[in-house]
Design a protein around this ligand. Structure first.
Ligand SMILES: Cc1cc2nc3c(=O)[nH]c(=O)nc-3n(C[C@H](O)[C@H](O)[C@H](O)COP(=O)(O)OP(=O)(O)OC[C@H]3O[C@@H](n4cnc5c(N)ncnc54)[C@H](O)[C@@H]3O)c2cc1C
Length: 243
């Protein structure tokens, strides 16, 4: 059964940080938005809850830095609309072998986007932290700016802002199917409760459940696997191999 009147410009599936800020950004652009969540809003089963996440410029991939610059601007915009803070700017520090390729790429990514990155040797690091800091031989420290985000508070903020901008938010509404509408205009999203919503577009922000949703909606078993913060784990592994 299709629910009459439930026609949206955008249907977003998954209300973690990605889906919640997508809902806000789409609603801010004047779109008629529906955000669906399978569990309670602000549940603790996904990736976006808790007390802290870092935000930093120090990625080896050069395309990250402009995105971080833009996201700092968007965080500030959302904070000024809601009237409280979810992000605290802090100094940020990375370290590793001077010859490490990822670390070298981090330095050039920052330099090419005019991010203030200071490369420190062992005594400069000790001086900076006001105590003796022992680093393995040949290692350097990188001092930049970064920040700490409160994730649960941030998700709640984006959901509140999305509602304020007219978005419709529904929890306990697991999407189980996404089909092209019969008339060819947009999609129909069906939920576990037997509801059907029409959307001109559908954005899937289902996090670690993406494989499950694709499997039920498209009968495709894609080899999608949740992965820990890729670049930093890689750097850590490279460093461990060198020690
Ligand atoms: C312990 C930890 C530490 C981290 N530290 C950092 C850090 O310091 N800095 C950083 O930048 N990143 C960090 N990350 C990564 C970051 O937290 C994640 O990239 C981000 O939270 C992912 O958000 P998401 O919205 O994609 O996924 P999720 O938060 O998992 O949201 C997906 C949502 O979709 C819902 N959903 C799934 N399927 C359906 C369906 N069929 N119908 C309806 N709803 C559905 C789920 O219930 C869930 O609420 C960390 C992650 C973890 C776990």
């Amino acid at each position: 059964m299709e629910v009459a009147g439930d026609h949206f410009d955008v249907i977003i599936i998954g209300a973690g940080i990605m889906g919640s800020c997508t809902a806000y950004e789409a609603a801010k652009r004047g779109l008629n938005v529906l955000l669906l969540e399978q569990f309670d809003f602000l549940h603790h089963l996904g990736s976006s809850h808790g007390e802290s996440r870092t935000i930093r410029y120090t990625y080896p991939e050069p395309y990250y830095v402009p995105m971080v610059i833009e996201s700092f601007r968007l965080w500030e915009e959302a904070e000024s609309e809601i009237g409280y803070r979810v992000i605290t700017k802090t100094p940020h520090f990375d370290l590793g072998p001077a010859c490490n390729k990822s670390l070298q790429s981090v330095i050039s990514s920052c330099n090419s986007h005019s991010i203030d990155v200071r490369v420190l040797n062992e005594s400069q690091v000790s001086e900076k932290f006001g105590c003796s800091f022992e680093m393995p031989e040949g290692w350097i420290g990188l001092a930049t700016e970064g920040g700490v985000i409160k994730p649960t508070k941030a998700v709640a903020m984006f959901q509140a802002l999305a509602i304020k901008r007219g978005a419709v938010l529904r929890d306990h509404e697991e999407a189980v199917d996404i089909k092209k509408a019969d008339d060819g205009n947009g999609v129909v999203v069906s939920t576990v409760n037997g509801r059907r919503f029409r959307g001109n577009k559908c954005v899937v922000t289902a996090g670690a459940w993406t494989r499950k949703l694709v499997k039920t909606a498209a009968r495709l078993d894609l080899p999608i696997q949740p992965h820990p913060a890729a670049s930093h784990s890689r750097l850590l592994l490279e460093n461990q191999r060198k020690l």
